[in-house]
Design a binder for this molecule. Structure first.
Ligand code: SF4
Length: 57
């Protein structure tokens, strides 16, 4: 399960840029998961998020 903690997310867009199949910036300016799929880029996005808002379990 891939999750974005919207309380932490600052809407930088890094995750959506690295892994657009899974993340997008929503209408509230924060990232959301559009497809719960464990692609390799999900780990990259989680590791690159500046505030550690992405969790993968
Ligand atoms: S990389 Fe992190 S802070 Fe940036 S948009 Fe994605 S979840 Fe939000």
């Amino acid at each position: 399960m891939i999750k974005v903690n919207k309380n932490k997310c600052i809407g930088c867009g890094m995750c959506a840029g690295l892994c657009p199949e899974v993340f997008k910036i929503g209408a509230d300016g924060k990232a959301e998961v559009i497809k719960n799929k464990s692609l390799p880029c999900v780990k990259d996005a989680a590791g690159s998020c500046p505030v550690g808002a992405i969790s993968v379990k």
